[in-house]
Design a protein around this ligand. Sequence first.
Ligand SMILES: Nc1ncnc2c1ncn2[C@@H]1O[C@H](COP(=O)(O)OP(=O)(O)OP(=O)(O)O)[C@@H](O)[C@H]1O
Ligand SMILES: [Mg+2]
Length: 496
Amino acid sequence: MSDKAPEAEVREFAVAFRAFLDWISNSARDEERNEVDVLLAEFLGAEGMAHSVVTRELPPLEHVNLQTALDAWCARPGRTVDIHGITVPPHHAPPNLQQLVTAESMAPVRLAAPALADLPNGPGSTLGCLRSAILLVTDPLGSYVLFIQGPGDHHPSLEVEVAGLPVETAQGVLAELDALRAELNVYRGHMLDVSIGPMGNVVLGFGAPPGLARDDVVLPGLVLDRIERHALGVAAHRDALLAAGQHLKRGLLLYGPPGTGKTHTTRYLLGQMTGYTRLVLTGRSLVAVGPVTELARALQPAVVVLEDVDLVAEDRTMGPRSSPVLFDLLDSMDGAAADADLLFLLTTNRADLLEPALAARPGRVDVAVEIDLPDAAARERLLTLYGRGVPLALTEADVQAAVERTDGTTASFLKELIRRSVLEALHDDPALPAVTGAHLTRALDDLLDAAQGVTRTLLGVGVDPATLPAGGLSMDSDAMMMTAGRRSRMVYIRPH
Ligand SMILES: Nc1ncnc2c1ncn2[C@@H]1O[C@H](COP(=O)(O)OP(=O)(O)OP(=O)(O)O)[C@@H](O)[C@H]1O
Ligand SMILES: [Mg+2]
């Protein structure tokens, strides 16, 4: 036996023993580290782990666009993507990618099938959007990780994070996703109702464009022509206007008494503006005009409808500056680039409340059109319009009597008159053979009855201030509820 042999054996044993100790200590560490940390460490390797994590925060309403962009991005040739969901126990805030990469997540994280938020991506369709997911990406840039954190209970924002790439390369990946979000934006060209979510975030719902024809809008020809020219004419001459150095951004205000067709006309215009992104803000959602205008600019040509703007004329935003919401609204309109093909369509029945704000911030509204109570000819047209499909058996004299008696009422009153006449006729004969002059007279008697004062007011019949009790109208609680949220309606008819 040589002296060397045991030495070699000892060395061999020492190497093996050291490997054994490493193995023990590594597996102990692996047990401490959760499966997500291990997955990331193994995928990124030491070099990948050394890079900064780059985070991009996006508005929550971009969640569905981000998913649309990701779907297209993942499918690009030369790229493989392995998606894992992560989950944390209830009441734990979800970790960010930095915490996952450095194994410093406070919450015990586990791998799971990816959780999805099912979000509308078109009228009548939805898309499952990743809520908390790790994407292990391999492409010509290398092996890197994207982390998607969608808005949720403990986390109001939307974030995309990149780990495993040099900062500039990671920014390039985020820019590629931005470009795809813009290109494939699911909101472009649609009609969208804007509302405010529980966390104060902007929520967009796909609406069906109203199928109103020009004949469905009963307004003096010149008035409707003027509205159409301003709203639709600019769109028709877009290129010629731009070539002549003229701006496309425009503001149209429709004002007049309640029930005369401001909203109706707006809906008609929206139906005509196919190809436009149409964003409708009303009531509480008017405060979102800033972000919505930005969105409209990105998705132009676009229309932003601001319904009943007087509702925010006196409201003030929170904070030290405390400016009226209406001023913020007008400022947002001004912020949009002049060459953007943007139409702001405002409606109000309190032009008097709006005037000082508009005078203080000129240039926002270029055309203001008054929509007045219907004249005799218009009232007759309205009776015909809303009598379509009704078995009317009216003589010329019946119609003329109704037209005369409805002087001072609104279009919505005439619509209701037809409905009441049908009810009167049904009362006489449920088979509804015909609606006669007698039914029309009875319905009108009922609607114009002095005891129906509040109903008339709600339908927009002019009220003689002399007949009102001192201090304005008193309403029963039902009527109050019907007008809740539309406080300016009642102010309109109050005597000054
Ligand atoms: N000019 C009109 N032509 C045809 N229908 C009309 C017209 N005006 C009103 N109507 C009918 O009456 C309904 C109520 O009118 P609309 O909501 O447009 O009134 P408005 O002027 O917007 O009132 P408000 O100031 O209360 O918002 C409409 O949905 C429509 O059916
Ligand atoms: Mg309206």
